[in-house]
Design a protein around this ligand. Structure first.
Ligand SMILES: O=C(O)CCC(=O)C(=O)O
Length: 262
């Protein structure tokens, strides 16, 4: 990663803290864009359900190379002034032309056994706009102190049913789509290599792909930074549990390796 980009990232710290989301333009070089595009095509060929394309970085290949060698861990750490970044998991989100379903409004972190700051990066690998599936965010919602109840989704990310319905730590999520006019909603057109960085508690969604010709390929990676700890009593993702960690441990282990700092 070049020094100008690192400086730009540091300049975005206040925005990230306040809004819970920023866009980092030209975060990836053409080299890494092509590595990720190739890795995506190999993964698409497996025909796996939308949200289930995850943890690809655990296998040798383009996703792993990107996570370990692109310098992304330093960008993440610099954005929140953390001495380290560890990898939680990665996910691929390909909305092919005609995938009309909106990815429903949700927050991410209530699904995971982690407390403290978690950041996601979401990298555009095609031109993205409102017609082919732009991400939408409610800035500041990461700081509302709400833990919205996790829910199951259908094939394309639409709402299916709530999980943990009797657990009082969660509140049901308002119908943000119906309340659109009551919130400030932000969204960005993106070019390949532009990257969103957002907090694990920010309320967000993604449009459907209404176009008949334009793909929307995206690659997301989740990271732990300073203050993130293991909380196996939280979340609905047993595949993110790690017997090597004790409750309250820093979220770093062989399963969740450091990719920057110490
Ligand atoms: O790309 C999408 O459709 C949804 C992505 C998302 O919600 C996320 O990365 O948390």
């Amino acid at each position: 990663m070049h020094e100008k980009l690192i400086k730009n990232v540091k300049d975005l710290r206040n925005d990230y803290q306040r809004d819970g989301v920023v866009v980092i333009r030209k975060a990836l070089t053409d080299h890494w864009i092509e590595i990720l595009r190739s890795a995506i095509e190999l993964q698409v060929a497996k025909g796996i359900r939308y949200f289930a394309n995850r943890n690809m970085r655990t296998e040798p290949g383009g996703f792993q190379d990107f996570c370990l060698h692109s310098g992304i861990g330093r960008i993440v750490a610099d954005l929140v002034d953390s001495p380290f970044t560890s990898l939680v998991f990665d996910q691929m989100f390909v909305k092919e032309p005609g995938t009309k379903t909106q990815t429903g409004w949700h927050t991410d972190q209530p699904y995971w056994p982690i407390a403290g700051p978690i950041m996601s990066t979401w990298i555009a690998l095609d031109h993205v706009d409102a017609d082919n599936g732009a991400m939408e965010f409610i800035p500041g919602s990461h700081a509302w102190g709400k833990k919205y109840r996790p829910f199951l989704t259908d094939q394309n990310g639409g709402f299916k049913e709530y999980l943990n319905i009797d657990d009082p730590q969660y509140s049901d999520m308002p119908d943000f789509e119906a309340e659109r006019d009551q919130h400030r909603i932000v969204s960005w057109d993106m070019e390949p290599g532009d990257m969103l960085a957002f907090d694990g508690f920010i309320v967000h969604s993604a449009k459907g792909n209404r176009t008949s010709t334009r793909r929307r390929r995206a690659y997301a990676v989740r990271y732990a930074t300073k203050g993130a700890v293991y909380r196996p009593d939280q979340g609905v993702a047993p595949w993110l549990e790690d017997p090597a960690l004790q409750p309250g441990d820093r979220f770093v282990s062989d399963k969740f390796p450091l990719i920057y700092g110490t």
